[in-house]
Design a protein around this ligand. Sequence first.
Ligand SMILES: NC(=O)c1ccc[n+]([C@@H]2O[C@H](COP(=O)([O-])OP(=O)(O)OC[C@H]3O[C@@H](n4cnc5c(N)ncnc54)[C@H](OP(=O)(O)O)[C@@H]3O)[C@@H](O)[C@H]2O)c1
Length: 339
Amino acid sequence: MRSIQITSNEGLAGLTFVEREPAAQLTPQQVRVKVRAVSLNQRDVMIATGKYPRAVKDGVVPTSDFSGEILEVGEGVSEWQPGDRVMSTFYQNWQDGTCSPEKVLPNYGSDVDGMLQEEVVLDASCLARVPGNLDFIHACTLPCAGVTAWNALFGGRQLDPGSTVLLLGTGGVSIMALQLAKAAGMRVLITSSSDEKLARARELGAHGTINYRSTPEWQQEVKRLTGGRGADHVLEVGGEQTVTRSVESLAMGGSVAIIGGVSGFTGQFDPMLLFFGAKQMRGILVGSKAMFRQLCALIETADIQPIVDRVFEFEQVVDAFDYLSSGTHFGKVVIQVAK
Ligand SMILES: NC(=O)c1ccc[n+]([C@@H]2O[C@H](COP(=O)([O-])OP(=O)(O)OC[C@H]3O[C@@H](n4cnc5c(N)ncnc54)[C@H](OP(=O)(O)O)[C@@H]3O)[C@@H](O)[C@H]2O)c1
């Protein structure tokens, strides 16, 4: 079977097609799945270009998120049948409850082989069922960006309908969060470097939009758009260039979900901003399989179709990684491994 391996991390040219033997026989708890579609995350680009802050297995198969169809189940598997449509769970061992160091390791596409291959063999417990309203292309966007957005919105303190949520940029996590927050009756403000992308966000239901390039002090605009009060909650994906402004954008008692660092991870943060505003910060590590089930229930009930910006063929893997690195996307970038 065809598979992608990272043969050098000196750039995206290290993403190489190789022929590998599929696993011959399943153990009783394993499932063999035909990979149909894979979605890309920033983490995948960092790994492929040698910029990931943790060790990576030599010759690893990249990526973590896929959707596909079960071909065969081990003799001890009762939950799944051939033909079932499934997705990976980002963490193999975080089924439920709070996370622990054991539950969030190992990681696909870095510690162990990931999903850019025609077939994968996984433990039956590491799969989630595709929501009935989604095809494979849209379903593969859920394991990381979808669960992260769900956890950041609903996994912490309760946010009531009518709450104002601030989203940063128009990448995979933020656009999924826009769709989920709208479905839950929240008011969404969103920033972007592009007026065209902001117009698309308004079409998806964003109530207020701010261009963070033309309005560098965008926290003041958040206050203006909320009648001086501030947002109730922020999904912080920006990191060093945005975290202080994100906290300043909050109403008293508001909260921020710390998710990523597209502008970098260093810099300084003044903790007084938190206690004088009685504000809260919560770090997010994607989420559990139980959260994934709740996400799927919302996706199905509200008939949410995740926004896929572009679909690449399996042969165009390097172009797909390059496109995500360029930052021109809106929502998710997908590779169709098999039709
Ligand atoms: N903690 C977790 O579990 C977890 C899970 C998923 C992702 N993440 C992290 O979260 C971050 C976002 O992930 P993603 O998948 O949504 O990435 P993405 O699809 O690449 O989106 C990133 C977007 O951020 C915006 N952006 C870039 N520089 C910015 C800046 N200086 N200020 C504000 N916005 C900026 C851009 O939007 P515009 O083009 O609209 O300007 C860009 O498209 C990444 O750092 C990722 O590694 C963490």
